[in-house]
Design a protein around this ligand. Structure first.
Ligand code: HEC
Ligand code: HEC
Length: 337
């Protein structure tokens, strides 16, 4: 209960940003709350940043029109379903995986992208900027098509990311505290059966027995963990270690760090053995697609592997879910020549 309460507090008052004099105490309180919830304290020189909230935005000295655009970005981030059928073809919102409206540490807070990009990205082998990073999550995690570069929606979403990074210097040299979904150490062996049982016991009450989640009208109450309404095979969370990190740090909702490392990995392994829409880089042949993408991406997923329970080859299908195309045009290589 205490866990749940302080977890709720994290997305409220404690996330308020502060003036310099009160900063040390507030940062300490922020870290104390996180460690009480079972997260590790920052190591050595890690950069701790408390992203500003939408209340802070109201009192910030920014042009009213800029505030309006940041609010629009926030609205798109937390209710991405308003772009359903245009840019989003599954039941996800950005905030389905980036908890606390993209501010929560250990839940891939999104502001680091605003201060570390442009940079080279191994996944697509070229230099990416913030818009292209956001586009990546639209293409794979939302099983969709990113808003056009430079469009109003893309600009608004980028502005929200940059607002969350307020005060952080560009290209910080320190490692960033709570970035990504850090995974616990991988246990010796993973079990499909144990993962399935644990999912049924601790997750299916919200996500359903078939990972289908719960949708009411045009609103996602609980997102789908696999299947047509979930992310596709190209999304970062299909890597077993990323899923294990997400689960350990964030699920069951409101009870972070309550699962053992073994449970988190077993559930991640079970989830990774379920079907989802095709990877947009699919060539028409799963073995060939795996060959093209394995080194940079699928080394840590089950894509193209045989499921031990029934011999099914994962990803061996043409199903793109609700999306009427495989690969959005915006996904292209760049040479800067
Ligand atoms: C299905 C889960 C999921 C959804 C939905 C999702 N993302 Fe992500 N996102 C991830 C994962 C996984 C990563 C990579 C984290 C890591 O580095 O380990 C990531 C990373 C990012 C980053 C980079 C963060 C950094 O540390 O540099 C940004 C920015 C981002 N996402 C934005 C978005 C936006 C905008 C949306 C909605 C359009 C979105 N994401 C939807 C899973 C998701
Ligand atoms: C009390 C309901 C609840 C329980 C129990 C729960 N989740 Fe979630 N889960 C959510 C909600 C809600 C979100 C989306 C976050 C948001 O919208 O704030 C989510 C998001 C997710 C996501 C990222 C989005 C997606 O659908 O892929 C995964 C993966 C996930 N949960 C896995 C699990 C696992 C594994 C368990 C069991 C250990 C679990 N959840 C237990 C409510 C729950």
């Amino acid at each position: 209960m205490i866990r749940t309460l302080s977890y709720a507090a994290l997305s409220g008052t404690l996330l308020l940003s502060v003036n310099a004099s009160a900063k040390d105490t507030t940062t300490q309180q922020y870290i104390d709350t996180l460690t009480e919830l079972g997260y590790p304290a920052p190591k050595g020189n890690e950069l701790v940043h408390i992203p500003p909230t939408m209340e802070d935005l109201e009192s910030a000295k920014l042009h009213p029109e800029l505030k309006r655009v940041i609010r629009r970005g926030y609205d798109l981030f937390t209710n991405t379903q308003q772009l359903r059928g245009e840019n989003v073809f599954n039941n996800m919102n950005c905030s389905s995986c980036h908890l606390g409206e993209g501010r929560m540490p250990f839940s891939a807070p999104v502001w680091p992208a605003a201060v570390t990009l442009p940079n080279f990205r191994g996944k697509n082998d070229h230099v990416n900027n913030l818009e292209e990073r956001i586009a990546g999550c639209f293409t794979y995690s939302m099983n969709g098509k990113p808003p056009e570069y430079g469009s109003d929606n893309m600009l608004a979403i980028s502005a929200y990311h940059q607002w969350l990074a307020k005060g952080v210097a560009m290209y910080p040299e320190q490692p960033i505290y709570g970035r990504g979904f850090p995974a616990p150490d991988r246990p010796e062996e993973l079990s499909y059966a144990r993962g399935e049982a644990a999912f049924e016991e601790k997750c299916s009450v919200c996500h359903g027995n078939y990972g289908e989640g719960l949708r009411v009208g045009s609103e996602t109450v609980f997102p789908a963990t696999w299947g047509d309404m979930s992310n596709n095979w190209g999304a970062g969370i299909v890597r077993i270690f990323t899923a294990a990190g997400f689960i350990k740090n964030n699920m069951p909702l409101g009870q972070p760090n309550s699962l053992s490392d073994q449970e988190s990995w077993d559930i991640a392994y079970y989830m990774s053995n379920q079907e989802r829409p095709q990877d947009p880089r699919y060539t028409g042949d799963v073995a060939e697609t795996l060959k093209n993408t394995e080194a940079r991406f699928h080394k840590h997923s089950m894509y193209g592997q045989t499921r031990e329970t029934d011999g099914h080859v994962l990803g061996d299908h043409r199903n793109t879910g609700e999306k009427p195309f495989l690969k959005p045009d915006s996904i292209r290589s760049r040479t800067f020549e």
